[in-house]
Ligand binder design. Sequence first.
Ligand SMILES: NC(=O)c1ccc[n+]([C@@H]2O[C@H](COP(=O)([O-])OP(=O)(O)OC[C@H]3O[C@@H](n4cnc5c(N)ncnc54)[C@H](OP(=O)(O)O)[C@@H]3O)[C@@H](O)[C@H]2O)c1
Length: 294
Amino acid sequence: MLCLAPHGRQGAGAPAGRRHTRAAPPSHHHSPTASEEATLYDTFNLRGRVALVTGASSGLGAHFARTLAIAGANVAIAARRLDRLQAVAADISQAGARAVAVPMDVTDATSIEDALTRIESELGPVGVLINNSGVAVTRAAIDLEEDEWDQVVDTNLKGAWLVARACARRMIEARTGGAIVNIASITALRVAGGLAAYAASKAALVQLTRTMSLELARHGIRVNALAPGYILTDINRAFFETPAGEAMIRRIPQRRIGRPEDLDGALLLLASDASSYMTGSVIVVDGGHLQSPL
Ligand SMILES: NC(=O)c1ccc[n+]([C@@H]2O[C@H](COP(=O)([O-])OP(=O)(O)OC[C@H]3O[C@@H](n4cnc5c(N)ncnc54)[C@H](OP(=O)(O)O)[C@@H]3O)[C@@H](O)[C@H]2O)c1
């Protein structure tokens, strides 16, 4: 458990020259009271917030929507497949939270505006955006068709920008501030063969995150990115059962593929007031995969 020492210094921060000196216990040290503990955890709470998750009809987006609902948010879940969204919404509602399924194509600005207007009327203005919609085409760059490139970049980069732009405009107008979390990938930071359009779109999404964080800070809007490593979802389940997939898992320092719930801590941190002094940050959650030996 994290021990609160309001004016104390963490061990790792002690000046090097004093490292061997045995420090007397600080006189102000005390065990956290129940109310201090409650205040600390409360900063992660999303009670009363409206959170929009794009790409919530499957995989990580559906999981993120559940996690945000557990943290107290009323969630709007958006994607193109309405039947899948309705199933996710029903599942969340059954657990006692409020969830609304809204059709949205992130490559279409009109569809985004229509969805936001509907969310505002049913739940209220969006305060937390999880920009999660994404697609991947796995093919060597020289074999990639132009329409495949466009689909990946239009969804992962332009789509994320269109949704962030629409939400930020409304947050500025309503003077509410907000938190935008862009779901990037470790391929934004290191590459893998066959993912040219995907990796380029995610690297650009990281730069979009940084640029928008700079421009929106004055409006109380924070923009951060979460860069997951390989997380088991329906799109990669079959691959990770093949010898190539198993070999990849052996190259991950923690020797396992991620689970959607491995992202919960970082997601809640970036979505909530617990990260109120963070903007333009990129949090990697990958079991150490980026540190695999060259
Ligand atoms: N799984 C991983 O290992 C991993 C690792 C790093 C990053 N990520 C990122 O995490 C995000 C979610 O991935 P996932 O693994 O959960 O994959 P997934 O199950 O295929 O989910 C992708 C979601 O994006 C939605 N989507 C695609 N095109 C859309 C469009 N034009 N408009 C609105 N929604 C659209 C899909 O819904 P509809 O088809 O219903 O529209 C679907 O809900 C993606 O951005 C992905 O790049 C995943």
